[in-house]
Design a binder for this molecule. Structure first.
Ligand code: CS2
Ligand code: MG
Length: 402
């Protein structure tokens, strides 16, 4: 089953997406997401200029071998651009294999380990009252787990707080926004938010919070400790994680569960965090950490150390990534939770998909392969527009986040 054609489709239905389409001699096509928020065209070029010429004529059934060929063969290993490209090829090949054998991808990964995939949604507001209302709305929609983010009094804008009730998009068109940051204001505020949320919603609802790598280890330790009475499902990205051992310090001080990994792109970024049991959830995503094949290796390592998965699933993971994540989540034994943000109606029209949401859970569906497709004609109506993620400065103007 030779690969005869490949296309990189760049479109912007609501936001930018890069999609790889591989076509075999039998006419089967597979899709892979290659979107790297704010750096989309770098991956598109890596695929078109360097990867696709290597793929034409190769056997699409050799998923594992092709993964190593692209990863090791480049000599220059890892990094977000390379790994997003490798991921896209890997996922497209799993899609092709599923279609060729007429089974959903999760059946190729060992079958379902559970009936559905627990997901969490993003509730955010400008202040505590507004955030309470947003959490109530998600609870009404059936979500059993909700991430809560709020604007911080004294800071004009804060990263990770959505605009509009059900939609979340941190990237800005044309030029990066600059957010203001102050750790003291933030740390004094967040425990009050969760105190109120527990009062309003009781103890059964799972509550999550994302720090977006903004604190130092000792600040994160203090925040985790002060949040303990409110029993968070997890505290995400408390510190930048290039220094994996910094989590030792946080761990020594708090029992609040920790999640990290949305910016990681290989098992080597989380090996120490997992093996020393410094985290509870590993958040690597199919699109950024080497596809389904590599994510399964991360999950297997994590399983030995009782670390569970919690894949990144913001709107910049396209429906192709979302579908792949759900096949992975349904099958992998040590699944914890999956992040799920609704895509815009325009995105959903371009990417038809068989995955469904009901009662706080998702299912990838039973269509052969991933169960997702792209309408290329419609996609061509939405040309790419350059966009950037915001940057963050302290109140005195210093660039923040190390
Ligand atoms: C966030 C994302 O979903 C999350 O947990 O951290 O908003 C993330 O910052 C974006 O997906 C970056 O592209
Ligand atoms: Mg995050």
């Amino acid at each position: 089953m030779r690969i005869t054609d490949a296309k990189v489709i760049i479109c912007s239905p609501g936001r930018n997406f890069v999609t790889l389409k591989l076509i075999t001699e039998d006419g089967i096509h597979g899709l892979g997401d290659a979107t790297l928020n704010g750096r989309e065209l770098a991956v598109a070029s890596y695929l078109s200029d360097h990867v696709i010429p290597l793929l034409i004529g190769r056997d699409a059934r050799r998923i594992e071998d092709l993964w190593h060929y692209l990863y090791k063969g480049a000599y220059w290993r890892r990094g977000p651009v390379t790994m997003a490209a490798v991921s896209a090829v890997d996922v497209a090949l799993w899609d092709i294999k599923g279609k060729a054998l007429d089974v959903p991808v999760y059946q190729l990964l060992g079958g379902a380990s559970r009936d559905g995939v627990l997901v969490y949604g993003h509730a955010s507001g400008t202040d505590i009252d507004d955030t309470v209302r947003a959490v109530a709305e998600y609870a009404r929609l059936g979500y059993k787990a909700i991430r809560a983010q709020s604007g911080i009094p004294g800071l004009e804008s804060t990263y990770g707080v959505g605009r509009g009730k059900m939609y979340y998009e941190p990237a800005e068109k044309d030029a990066p926004v600059e957010n203001a940051w102050n750790s003291e204001l933030y740390m004094n505020f967040v425990p009050r938010l969760f105190e109120r949320l527990r009062k309003e919603f009781g103890s059964d609802l799972h509550l999550l919070h994302d720090v977006h790598h903004r604190l130092t280890p000792i600040e994160a330790a203090r925040l985790g400790k002060e949040l303990e009475p409110y029993h968070l499902f997890w505290l995400e990205d408390p510190v930048p994680a290039e220094l994996q051992e910094s989590f030792r310090l946080i761990r020594r001080h708090t029992t609040t569960p920790l999640a990290v990994g949305e910016v990681f792109n290989s098992i080597f970024d989380c090996q120490q965090l997992i093996q020393e049991q410094l985290i509870d959830y590993i958040r690597t995503a199919v699109v950024h950490a080497g596809g389904i094949s590599h994510l399964r290796k991360i999950a297997s390592l994590a399983e030995m150390y009782q670390v569970r998965t919690g894949c990144h699933g913001a709107t910049d993971m396209s429906p192709v990534c979302m579908a792949a994540a759900l096949h992975f989540d349904l099958s992998v034994h040590n699944f914890g939770i999956q992040e799920y943000m609704h895509h815009s109606a325009e995105t959903d029209r371009v990417f038809s998909h068989s995955y469904t949401f009901a009662d706080g859970m998702m299912h990838p569906g039973d269509a052969p392969g991933l169960g997702v497709d792209i309408d290329e004609k419609l996609a061509s109506n939405y040309p790419y527009r350059r966009a950037y993620l915001p940057i963050s400065r302290k109140l005195d103007g210093t660039m923040h986040s190390w």
